[in-house]
Design a protein around this ligand. Sequence first.
Ligand code: 3PY
Ligand code: MG
Length: 253
Amino acid sequence: MRPNGVRERNRAGEPAIVGWVSFDSLFAAELIGHAGFDAVIVDLQHGPFHLDTAIGMMQALSSTPATPMARCPALDFGTINKLLDGGAWGIVCPMIDTPEQAREFVSACRYPPAGTRSFGPARGLLYGGPDYFDRANETIETWAMIETAEGLRNLEAICAVDGLDGVFVGPGDLSLALGLPPTPRWREGPLADALDRILQGAKAAGRRAGIFCTTKEMAADMRRAGFDFIVPGFDALHLTAAAREWVAAAREG
Ligand code: 3PY
Ligand code: MG
């Protein structure tokens, strides 16, 4: 089975740098897949597209060096199974509040006896190879998002769930849960305390920690803090930032 770029990078003791695609474009996914990321997440929660497009985007990513992963729209067995069958080498699941939900999430991603995933790995065998079934449980990554007040309260119990690979911070929703505006103020106050708690809690439980970053500075800070899985912005942000720079350069020139 093809290796998982996130897992390989983390095993080498380095943070994985992960892309994030929200355009309903196969070509955009392919472009981002060639940008140097270890993996790329197709965002089916907030990306304005549905499952068929998400699977096409993972097919496009399969032609690049980046490992295809997906964020499911919610904790839903059917959608998670379809994304895995469509070639996701990892799932990020939003809004995990309780250890029971984390257990249900991990179970949906693992073939029996470890879990309850149904067999029918459509693209898995094509992209992964004939040993897909033997290696899927140990290769596919499960990342539970901590981004609600309840999830934060239950952090230790969520981290203790067997088979969970890591916890992934959604700093926008987590800020809202803390009574802050959604643009993350990660350097001070309640969000900084929460990020520290999540990182320490994950490490104490032997889990990895990931985070979505809204600026380059935040990504650099999170890398220095010790996060294992860093998403430095996403396609729409990268495109508008680059376009603004080009416009400014042309106006100044
Ligand atoms: C958040 O910041 O809440 C996220 O889910 C990142 O996309
Ligand atoms: Mg969120």
